[in-house]
Design a protein around this ligand. Sequence first.
Ligand code: GLA
Length: 450
Amino acid sequence: MSDSLLERAADEFRRQYGIPAAFCVRAPGRVNLLGEHTDYNGLPVLPMAIDRCIAIAARPRDGRRVRAVGLDWGHEIESFELAPAIPKHPQGHWMNYIKAGMQGILAKLCPDEREGMTGCDMVIAGNIPAEAGLSSSSALVVASAMTLLHVHHRTVGRLTLAEWMAEAEWYVGTRGGGMDQAVCLLGQPDHALQIDFFPLRAQPVSWPKEYAVVLCDSGVRAKKSESALRAYNFRSAECRLAARLLNQALARNGWESQFQRLGDLLRPPFHFSYTEIRDLAESALRDTYRYSELVQALGEESRVIEILRDCSIPGDPGDSGPRFHCGKRYRHVAREALRVVKSRELLDRGEMEAFGELMLEGHASARDDFEISCPPLDQLVRIAMESGAVGARLTGAGFGGCTVNVVRRDQVKEFLAAVRSHPGLPPSITHPGMIFPVNAAPAAAYYPIS
Ligand code: GLA
C-alpha cells in the first residue's frame, strides 16, 4: 500500500499549517468486477477495493470552519463552515465531496450534537485517477466523513456509515447506489466483495492468487458532474420507470403487492429467483417508450414527472425529447445480477475462464442494452482479449474511464507489453500510468502520524 501517500499528506500538512497533523485517514478506490448499475436497483455487485487511495492528514481546530488543501488540485486553502445545509462550491469542485461526507454525518446527528461539532484542518493527497470510474469521489467522501468522526471521537458501524455515505453523496448531484461507499469501507486484501442492498450486506469472496487485475484507462473522462451525470441519472430514471411498468404487469397477473426496486422481487411476498426476475423483465416490457406512451401506460403524467424530477431531470420532456429505454435497461440489470451470482460461484471454484466469459457478456450488455460504453472502451476490451486477458469489460458508471482485465499473474508482463505496444492505441493511452495492475486492498482506516 502507498504509505508514501500518507507521508506526503502529513508532510504537506506541517508545511501548510506550521504544526503536525494529529492523524491520517486512508480510503481506497475500487474496481467493479461485475454488476454494473445493479446497486440502485437493489441487486448485487462484485467490486474490489484497490491499492489506489485518498489520504487525508488532519487536525481538529476550534470553531466550525473546515480548511482543506488538495495536493492534486493546486495548493490553495479552501474552506467552509459546518452547517446542516452547507452551500455548494461550483459544480464539479472537489470540495463538494468533502462537504458531502461531512454534511452526511451532521444529517445523522441529533441537533445538540450537531451544534457541538467543530471543524478541522486537512491536507488531501491521492493516487486514484480522477473521473476514471475508480471511485475517487466516494473515497474522498468516506475519508472526509471519517475525519470528522475521528475529530469528535465518534465511531459508527461500517455498514451504517456506508449507508449514510451512499445517501450523503447525492449532495453532488448523482443519484448513485451504495456500491462505492460500501466497498471503500468493507474491502479486504486478497478478496473481492459481494455486496447486496436493502439491507446492505457484504461477503468477502477470495480472489485466486494466480490471477491479476489490470486496469486500462481509456483516457475518456467520465465527468460525473456534467454530461455523464445527466446520462447516469437518466439511466436511474429509466430503471424506476421500468419498475412502475413491471408493477402494472404483476398487478395484471393478480399480485396485490407493489415493489420499488427490481431486487425487492427476491424478498417476501414475491420470493422470485434471479432467473424469474430476468424472465419477467424480458417478457413484460417493451425495449423503448416515448414520453406519451409512458404517461399513457402509467395513467398519470404527474407520476412520470415526479420520477424524472427525483432523478434531477427537470420538466416534461415531451415526445420530442429522449426515448425511455425501459425494457433494454432492465434486461441489462436483470441479466447482470444473474452474472454476479454465477461469477461468485465461479470464483469460489477457481473457474476463471468461465468468469472471464461472464465479464465479456457484461461488457456487451453494458454496451448494447445499458448503452454506457464508448468506442475507446470497446477497443480496449478487444485489444485486451487479443493480448491474453481471460476477461475484460468496462468498469464503474461507464461513459469513459477504465476497463478491468483479468490476466494470469504469470502473463502480466507480456500482457502489459502487448497492450502498450498495440499499434491501434494512441500514445496518450499506452504510457505506463494508463495501464497498470492493482491489488485488492484493505478498507478505509485511520493511521497515526509517524
Ligand atoms: C457509480 C455509482 C455506483 C454504481 C456504478 C455503476 O460508480 O456511484 O453506485 O451505480 O456507478 O455500477
